[in-house]
Unconditional design. Structure first.
Length: 564
């Protein structure tokens, strides 16, 4: 992790790893893994885990695995498996040939379960889920042993085998670890190891009808793969004694589980179940909707992998949960796009301007810098100028207030890299009174924005030649939720009641400079004075381009830091 001053600081996980390397705890190895469940798309919270899991392995010359924890066939899908791999590659990580599935180890897990039964450490239980909850006890009262806990080893082996071959219906039996129903740690109160699920699995088909629970499978997967540091988010802290118990009882290689705080962002839902609800109920246009916090949604909106990795580095790794202001993520994105996005002119709400004294049919080309903010870069492009142009409708007022410095009747302004123009007449729709066209004159001596008498004007406008303009759809994305805490709702309400009805505004017939006709999907630009925009990778076509607003120019985080 790099601090704001540029010095390198060590978080507690890196301190643990360095101490393990010093003591040769794992033979000098660092081997991590990222174990997503393929039951949804990855989101920005997963990006923090990926950057940590894979980043520390890269940092210390180790290895990292990608492992699909596919232990629940009911919710898993090949679509999610493919999307997870695409997102991680996009972030910049390559697991080489180390892609694994929990289901790769189902045979071994079954044998380990049998081993625990033979040791008297596991039993087949007939309690229903509701009964199991009743027997579990409370925070102040110990649980009660299942009436099936003292079955003989022989009976348990027989029942477990019959579970495996499909003799019993779903939910009728489970295999449970025999630990301690009076333990203050609920995860040790005889947890379920296997349940019956008659469902086809996306990776193993119909081979199995019993599936291991995550807590049993996870530690075995880590052990088989030779993981050294099993990095998990804090919700697994209470499960660490169970992780250790299984490995100790099985007497197998034992990785170290370490927990860290997950990423929480203001105004953002991170629950995959809630994100799936947004998709299924049609509140968004799929997992890759640019308003979603999914990596595919952020990618489509125009976020860069470099910005996300920088953000994850900036927020660091902590032991306590906290919520990060989404403005910091946006600030990091602006910093990144400011460096890489060329400046272009785009008129989102066009108003036609006719320059009456400019020769009809004449076209000039002005050389405009692509990166005017960076003096070390010399890239330019030629932008055509003609008698009819478009400017932003908001850049004109017929009766302007005192501090309005843009176009108004009788007022002169500068067109970027072109000429000074003065508004001499206003054309309105006869029925509605709406302004539909401005009539202006230009100063031929002001080419490039300079005049012979060096007179100054207060307003500088971007513009697009009407003859050469690219017609495009522009989608203005905003926050998906109205509150910093989307779950802050009145009793009887749902988090979807906090959805922002203006999270998407679609503008048709925007006018873009002709260079944007060559834009490729996911290309990003700064539309001068309007923000950063990216060519949509899904809906855009050559004939009908669609640009998504990635982020506005206003940086609330930078302003907040300045005023501190």
């Amino acid at each position: 992790m790099t601090s704001e001053t540029g010095s390198v600081s060590k978080d507690f996980i890196r301190e643990i790893i360095e101490e393990d390397l010093r003591t040769n705890k794992f033979g000098g190895r660092v081997h991590t893994r990222f174990p997503p469940e393929p039951n949804g798309y990855l989101h920005i919270g997963h990006a923090k885990a990926i950057c940590l899991d894979f980043g520390v392995a890269e940092e210390y010359g180790g290895k990292y695995n990608l492992r699909m924890d596919d232990t629940n066939p009911v919710k898993e899908d090949i679509e999610y498996i493919n999307a997870i791999q695409e997102d991680i590659h996009w972030l910049g990580f390559d697991w080489e040939d180390r892609l694994y599935f929990a289901s790769d180890y189902f045979d071994q897990m079954y044998e380990y379960a049998v081993q625990l039964i033979k040791k008297g450490k596991a039993f087949v239980c007939d309690l229903t889920a509701d009964e199991m909850r009743e027997y579990r006890g409370t925070l102040t009262e110990p649980g009660k042993n299942s009436p099936y806990r003292d079955r003989s080893v022989e009976e348990n082996l027989d029942l477990f085998e019959r579970m495996r071959v499909g003799e019993f219906p779903d939910g009728s039996k489970t295999l449970r670890a025999k630990i301690d129903m009076s333990s203050p740690n609920f995860s040790l109160r005889d947890p379920v190891m296997y349940r019956i699920v008659h469902a086809s699995h996306p990776h193993t088909g119909d081979k199995w009808c019993i599936y291991p629970m995550y807590d049993f499978a996870h530690c075995i997967e880590d052990s088989i793969e030779g993981i050294t540091h099993s990095l998990c988010t804090l919700e697994f802290e209470n499960n660490r004694p169970l992780y250790d118990w299984f490995l100790d009882e099985l007497e197998v290689y034992h990785p170290q589980q370490i927990e860290f705080a997950r990423l929480n962002l203001t105004g953002t839902v991170m629950s995959k179940r809630k994100l799936l609800q947004l998709v299924n109920e049609g509140h968004v246009a799929g997992w890759n909707d640019p308003r979603m916090p999914t990596l595919s949604g952020l990618r489509r909106r125009g976020y860069t992998p470099e910005a996300i990795r920088t953000f994850c580095d900036r927020i660091g790794v902590a032991k306590a949960n906290s919520t990060i202001d989404v403005a910091l993520l946006e600030h990091v994105l602006r910093e990144d796009l400011n460096e890489r996005a060329p400046r272009v002119m785009a008129v989102l709400n066009p108003l036609k301007v006719v320059i009456e004294n400019y020769p009809e049919g004449q076209v000039e080309e002005f050389e405009v810098p692509d990166y005017p903010q960076d003096e070390t870069r010399s890239e330019t492009r030629k932008v055509p100028f003609s008698r009819e142009i478009y400017v932003e409708r908001d850049d004109f007022m017929e009766d302007p207030p005192k501090k309005f410095f843009r176009l108004a009747p009788g007022r002169e302004v500068r067109l970027i890299k072109a000429y000074y123009i003065t508004c001499v007449d206003v054309v309105k729709d006869e029925k509605t009174g709406e302004v539909v066209e401005l009539r202006c004159t230009y100063d031929p001596e002001s080419q490039g924005g300079q005049t012979a008498d060096n007179r100054k004007v207060r307003g500088t406008l971007h513009w697009v030649s009407a003859t050469h303009a690219v017609d495009a759809e522009v989608r203005l994305y905003d926050y998906l939720f109205l509150k910093d805490d989307p779950y802050d709702v009145e009793e009887g309400k749902d988090f979807t009641d906090n959805l922002n009805p203006d999270s998407l505004v679609v503008l048709q017939h925007c006018k873009l400079e002709p260079a944007l006709a060559e834009a490729k999907p996911s290309d990003s630009y700064q539309f001068m004075r309007n923000g950063y925009f990216t060519l949509d990778s899904v809906d855009s076509t050559k004939e009908a381009p669609v640009f998504n607003r990635t982020i506005s120019l206003k940086d609330t985080w930078a302003k907040l830091q300045t005023t501190k």
